[in-house]
Structures are given as C-alpha cells and as structure tokens.
Design a protein around this ligand. Structure first.
Ligand SMILES: Cc1ncc(C[n+]2csc(CCOP(=O)(O)OP(=O)(O)O)c2C)c(N)n1
Length: 271
C-alpha cells in the first residue's frame, strides 16, 4: 500500500465520517457518536498501520484487528469499505433486514471481520488469546484490539488485563476514552477512575495520546509494533461525535440517528 501523508489520512477520516452519517441516517438508527469519535483512529489503522490485504482477507500473515465495542460498527464498515473491502456489498444497507451490515458486526455475515461483537467486554480476552496463538504459531501478524472506556465496567476486561500480563501477550490495544457511555458521562454512570493508571498497575505498557491527532496516532501505533514482550494499551482521548458540532460530547448521540435536517447540517460541517 502507498504510504499516505498525515493530510491524506485526515482526508480519509473525513470520508469515513461522512459515510457514517449517511449510513446511520439511512438506517434511522445506530451509533454515530462513538463512531465519529473513532474515525481518525480507524483511518490511521486501515490506511497506515495494519498490514492487511482487502482482496485477500484471510492472508495468513495479516494483522488481526479485534473490535470489542461492536456498537461502533459504522466506523468499522466505513473504514473497511473505503480501504477496499466489501467490493460487491452496499454498506448503505446498514441495519436493514437481511443486510450483512448488522448493527452489531457478525462474522456469520461478514467473514472479513475477525470477530463478532456487541456484547461488551469480550474483545480484549479474545485478542489476548489470539495474540498468544500468533506467537505460538510464529505468525508475522500482530493482534490489535479496540476497546472503549464504558466497557471497562465489564469484569471480563480485567480478567483479560491480568492474563495478558501473566502470559506476556503481545497485544496492541487502544481505548476509546471519550468519558461517555450509553446514557451519560462514565464518571456519573459508574466512575471507572483513572483507566490509564489501572492498566499500568496491572502491568501493561501504557501511553496516553490525543485520539484525533493523526501524526501522533501513527507514531504511537508504529512504535507499539516494535515491542513484543507484553501487552500495550494506548489510551486515546477522544470526543464523542467529533466533527459534528451539535453531536460533540453529548451522550444523547451515543445511539440515535440524525434526522434529515441534522444530516444535512452534519454533512455541511464535514465538507
Ligand atoms: C454486556 C453488555 N452490557 C450492556 C450493553 C449495552 N450498552 C451498549 S453501548 C453501552 C455503553 C458502552 O460505553 P462506550 O462504549 O464507552 O460508549 P460510547 O463511547 O460509544 O458512547 C452499553 C452499556 C452491551 N452492549 N453489552
């Protein structure tokens, strides 16, 4: 894949955001907030960091990307579509009956995905296991995993955090740290405290970065590749709804579709 400049990747993030808005509007339901907040991270992953072949999704040497917070499926579908996956499929069928693009992603309909998700808290465990498997099989690919701050309320996340250190699993995880979950600020719903310090206390290598700084994201993920001796967590500070002024940092946009007027406004802002 051709090496893109930061500006070109930022342009991809904008395209991803526009597609998210169009998909969720067409479906009249879905999760635009977290998806928009993750667009820069997904643009960096799919257009720079991940070693993958959209035309050969089962390439044995590929990097594996496990997405744990499945409700942000719009950003995953949009990024993968723009990267060249799903050539014969219409992502605008998102959430329609019979569409492979279900609200919560399923490998049953889309074998290009590495995991099904929607039930929160499971992805990190899957990723830790897969990272250990990659090492055992001496595979070239690395295992990446996306989790969210809200799902750190799930106990299984911390079982995975413990096991990852005990077995020195070479997993590269990032956290969508936007301070928001389904119906409010995480600190109001169930205060999770300082998540970066918690992962560090479990023994993870932790860094905290701006989840919208494309250059910083590229540097953080590519230097994470150089370390294979244990689990890493890149805490990405993000803004829910990033790029659409009336959605930003408002938990009401966690899981609600914009109406026609809001869609036009959003697309105008993302021009
Ligand atoms: C096991 C489980 N419990 C509850 C839910 C319901 N749920 C869906 S999204 C969500 C909030 C998750 O927080 P986060 O991912 O941080 O939200 P966002 O930043 O996307 O707004 C919850 C509790 C779920 N999907 N799975």
């Amino acid at each position: 894949m051709k090496q893109l400049t930061d500006k070109e990747i930022e342009k991809k993030a904008l395209e991803i955001r526009r597609l998210i808005i169009r998909m969720v509007h067409a479906a009249t339901c879905g999760h635009p907030g977290g998806s928009l907040g993750l667009a820069d991270i997904f643009a960096v992953l799919y257009f720079d960091i991940l070693r993958h072949r959209p035309g050969q999704p089962d390439w044995p040497d590929r990097d594996v990307f496990v997405l744990s917070n499945g409700h942000v499926s719009p950003v995953r579908y949009a990024a993968m579509k723009l990267a060249g996956y799903f050539r014969d499929l219409d992502v605008m069928s998102f959430r329609k009956l019979g569409s492979p693009f279900q609200g919560h992603p399923s490998t049953r309909y889309l074998p290009e995905l590495e995991n099904s998700s929607g039930s929160l808290g499971q992805g990190l465990s899957a990723a830790v296991g897969l990272a250990l498997g990659q090492r055992l099989q001496k595979r070239k690919g690395r295992v990446f995993c996306g989790i969210s701050d809200g799902e750190c309320g799930e106990g299984m996340t911390w079982e995975a955090a413990t096991a990852a250190v005990a077995y020195r699993a070479p997993v590269i995880a990032y956290m969508d740290h936007n301070g928001i979950q389904i119906d409010g600020k995480t600190r109001d719903v169930c205060d999770l405290g300082d998540l970066a310090s918690k992962f560090a206390a479990f023994g993870w290598k932790v860094s905290t970065i701006d989840g919208h700084d494309v250059g910083g994201l590229r540097r953080a993920f590519s230097s994470a590749r150089d370390y294979e001796d244990g689990p890493q967590m890149i805490v990405c500070n993000t803004v829910l709804g990033k790029g659409v002024s009336f959605m930003e940092d408002d938990y009401n946009w966690h899981g609600k579709a914009p109406n026609q007027e809001q869609t036009e406004l959003a697309l105008a802002e993302l021009a």
